[in-house]
Design a protein. Structure first.
Length: 367
């Protein structure tokens, strides 16, 4: 595969999806947490000018519930739901696989709740990310394989020991916890509704297994939009972004079915996933407007440019800007803009899903 430039797939089935309004319990739970505050929605006028749109805003998840990534939203709500009904005060062990941020969030909320955590980590995760997980009191097990291999190891461990698996992907027979994680991510989109007078015309979503895209689609494809009835909101185009070296969503859309891809190392470590979530896939195939895959070089440039604008994005978060540039500027952009319904007055939201501190592997390299 040529990985010197990004890739694009326009999904012409995207108008087919209409969802029930998403569950609302997670936002109330998050608002009750001591460290909760809405993450900032930052106006970036220089980027709006460069991209040829009316507004560009960055949903800045670089500090969320005391952690440098959005994963805290899903982990905290899912763990709360998972222990509901168990004997009060009885400690449990949580298990998860991670490329970094999800595992640290599980470890953090396990520690805060007086519980234990075992985290399975695949090859290629930076030692500093492992140290951060261990710093939360978790036991870390290194898996000689890919992210998918780490998920399988975590699942086997949970079955063997009776621990609670908190995984942000799904497969047949494992859907409750991933559903709660998706509900937790929905807090981000409720906040965006509260921060903007009308919904954006385009939102760019970094994806690994697709759970965050699932949350975005559940929110923006609900009819009628929850708490937005009577506004002049138009349809929000939802676009995913992945590394070219791990573009399982884009490959699945091209194939017309979920596929597993062979992944390779990338600075976008949290997006280095080879198989989409089975729970997310039906919404992705019928609701996602387009999929973009970007290179490490394109993302490294976006990290640098966002830092210049005061946004301390890690590579997974900066991938949103790399994708927006690929879609909205340069050769072929006129057709891509037309497909997405984007013009010079449009509002674009970039999800900045992690800070640079969350992914030390993602420091841009020279050359």
């Amino acid at each position: 595969m040529d990985q010197s430039t990004g890739r694009w797939f326009a999904n012409h089935r995207s108008s087919e999806l209409v969802c029930l309004p998403p569950a609302t319990g997670a936002i109330d739970f998050h608002r009750a947490l001591q460290e909760y505050e809405p993450s900032a929605l930052l106006e970036l006028p220089l980027l709006a000018e460069a991209l040829g749109v009316g507004r560009v805003l960055a949903k800045d998840e670089t500090s969320r519930l005391g952690l440098p990534a959005f994963k805290a939203l899903g982990a905290s709500w899912a763990m709360h739901r998972a222990v509901h009904g168990r004997a009060a005060g009885a400690p449990v062990t949580f298990v998860a696989a991670t490329d970094g941020n999800h595992g640290r969030a599980v470890a953090r909320f396990a520690r805060l709740g007086g519980h234990m955590a075992r985290i399975f980590v695949p090859l290629g995760v930076h030692p500093a990310a492992i140290t951060a997980i261990e710093g939360e009191g978790a036991t870390v097990t290194l898996v000689d394989g890919s992210y998918d291999d780490a998920v399988a190891a975590a699942d086997a461990s949970a079955h063997a020991t009776g621990a609670l698996l908190i995984q942000d992907t799904s497969w047949p027979g494992y859907t409750d916890v991933p559903t709660w994680i998706v509900e937790g991510y929905g807090t981000m989109f409720v906040e965006i509704d509260e921060q903007l007078p009308t919904r954006p015309d385009l939102i760019v979503v970094p994806v690994g297994v697709g759970s965050l895209a699932h949350a975005a689609l559940a929110h923006y494809r609900a009819a009628p939009p929850p708490s937005r009835a009577g506004t002049s909101d138009g349809r929000t185009a939802v676009v995913s972004v992945e590394p070219v070296s791990a573009a399982c969503v884009l490959a699945g859309l091209e194939a017309g079915r979920p596929v597993t891809v062979v992944t390779a190392p990338t600075i976008m470590a949290g997006l280095n996933c080879g198989t989409p979530s089975s729970l997310a896939w039906p919404l992705i195939v019928d609701g996602l407007d387009a999929a973009v895959a970007v290179t490490d070089a394109e993302t490294a440039a976006a990290v640098t440019d966002l830092a210049t604008l005061g946004v301390g994005a890690g590579p997974c978060g900066a991938a949103s800007l790399a994708a927006a540039r690929f879609m909205l500027t340069g050769a072929g952009s006129e057709q891509r803009r037309q497909h997405l319904g984007i013009g010079i007055e449009s509002t674009v939201v970039l999800l900045i899903t992690e800070g640079r501190a969350a992914n030390p592997q993602g420091q841009p390299t020279p050359g």
